[in-house]
Ligand binder design. Sequence first.
Ligand code: TXA
Ligand code: MG
Length: 319
Amino acid sequence: MNTQHLLASDSKDIEQAKDILASGELVAIPTETVYGLAADASNPEAVKKIFAAKGRPANHPLIVHIGAVEQLSEWAKDIPQQAYQIAKAYWPGPVTLLLSKADQATPVVTGGLDTIGIRMPAHDVFATLLKSSGMAVAAPSANPYKKLSPTSAQHVLNSLGGKIAAVLDGGDCTHGLESTIIDLTQKPFRILRSGPVTAAQLSETLGEEVLSPKAHTVAVPGNVTSHYQPNTRVRLVDLAEIESAKGGNIACLHISAIENQGFQSKQMPTDVALYSHDLYRALDEADKWGCEEIWVERPPISDEWLAVHDRLSRAQSKL
Ligand code: TXA
Ligand code: MG
């Protein structure tokens, strides 16, 4: 299949992306978090193509993206009022609500689960596409199963080119890490995946505690330990180990200023938002240096770095 490279700056190309989705094919679309691999969520045959293109097991649930809050009730039922509070505070934006699945929503999207993840993306182009079509779109990150999520159209093309109908190029994603997922189906509410919006922020919005497990302990298909992986093995290391290393075939992503250690390296931002924005791109770049290992300097330990730690620990996991 020839993957079309469409431009989000061209309204004709956005129309074409819409037509491709309506015809049951896949388009990779920019969001404010990472690129999503989109299919019409109401078309089970189209959604099945997502699993095939990614090589993702069919029981791993997908997130449904909507353009208007009113669409929530088409996909979820027994919606608690806290869902609307979060929507009001953070949508459109990088928070996914986990709710009970509406009976009419196809189980292909949820991998057979009776819960469903829903969010309203903030990226202008995606938001416009959803609003003008009235469509709901199922979209996981646009990467092959377990690999790095793409934050640019070129990254999508490198890994899924030839397997999907088109990519809509909207430039770099703002956040660079996937949305926060909050489970509203049981009390106390809790974070299932940390992301740009923290548990503390959500607790404050709701006026009640939102649990934030330090590790993902929830047994849900798709919540796999090894994930977000470049092809080269990743190791989280402390500064002391970097400083005592004597060269070697190593790629190093460091935050601290280091002397030239004789290996390929890249200095990462100290600001957490900038670091998140650059992380997948930097891992993808380091992957291409052809080293034996990618060393990543352990970032500061604090709540705001939780999403980064989550992704890095999965990137280095051998499980
Ligand atoms: O930022 C994002 O959320 C991006 C963009 C494209 O919107 N999407 C994304 O989707 O990260 P994906 O499929 O790569 O990750 C979604 C994760 C799944 O791996 C699963 O762990 C969780 O969301 N999830 C989705 N539906 C769920 C459900 N019904 N129950 C539990 N977890 C669910
Ligand atoms: Mg993903």
